[in-house]
Design a protein around this ligand. Sequence first.
Ligand code: SF4
Length: 406
Amino acid sequence: MNMRSQQPTPFRDDQSNPHVHVAAGEGAYDNTREVLSRINLAAVKGKRVLLKPNAGRIATPESGITTNPQVVAAAIDVFREAGASVAVGESPIIGVKTMAAFEATGIASVARERNCPLIDMDVRQPVPVIVEDGVAIQSLKVCPEVVEYDVVVSIPVMKTHMHTVVTLAVKNMKGCLWRRTKIDLHMLPQIEGMDDKPLNIAIADMSSVLRPHLSLIDGTTGMEGLGPSAGQAKKLDLVVAGVDPFAADAVACSLMGLNAEEVPHLRIGAERGYGVIDLSKIHVNPDTWHDFSSPFEPPPENLSIRFPGVTILDEQSCSACQSTLFVFLKRYGDKVFNHFPEQKNVTIAIGKGHESVPYGTLCIGNCTAQHEKLGVFVSGCPPVASEILKTISERNLEESSDLQIE
Ligand code: SF4
């Protein structure tokens, strides 16, 4: 069965001039209840609601990497009070087990307290969905729950993102793509005649068929800089909600000190009419919402500046290898040079898109396997950080003296 898309949203809003709600300063649970109290949820009575937080990694609530469990707790409570049956689902990044991520993030605990089902959306077979408007992609394999539930609520945490500038309500739906098919969006060839990265075009394509019915953006503790997993936690203590995910994302961007027009997947989607990002057309409640803004450090354009002496070549990697690399550099960065004593600069490559790499490059992940003979190769998809250290520790010393000295 090919699905065209989810059900239309049951929530009322003015599509040309959407409403977005912001609540701040009262803690994650109360902020969430407050923004949801401003939206008429009567339409969910008797319906099945799927909450899709960002629980894609093993991380604690304070890290700003995953959605705060109290936001999820409040959403469970509010939708149940409105007469819905509620479940929480996730399909995490590759290499992460869904239930382990739910436990680590604290979401399992709040769900258990409420006897709310947790769904590992990778367990069942996917549903193929045709992307009729697709430019970079023409079909997707989607976790079945996403098309079965009456209402899907995207509950991302407010973060900057190395590949996509931000990851908010629209991008969070990528976690509804089945298992490893998520990484397909990172491996697309450049589209002729288009300057935008194929990943960003593909996310806009995805949003033509996987738009959430409601968006609840957790700004309790977000992440700035090297997001989505290696930046700094940023406390804001606010929650944003809206029916139009593009409008909610645009307001969240502004609260982060960013312009949604400069977020390619939002700009492309808005140009195609999937939502509104022009702030002059969005009604934001309260009027004083700008008072809550606190600029996020944007993702760096050049990763190598962050890690002196290390040149990172990132071509079409996915978030899993990027996370592994950052964890490795954070944990063991000072040890890298012990294993490349002849080099002033260590070059590291991740991702599938390298036609060639400099001799002596530390090639991380199976996507770089074709360059294995040119340097030090660490297999895995993704490898774990300790495996990278083990591989460079064990490499043949004779081989190391052959490596390029810059
Ligand atoms: S090797 Fe790394 S970049 Fe390639 S698919 Fe696996 S995790 Fe992604």
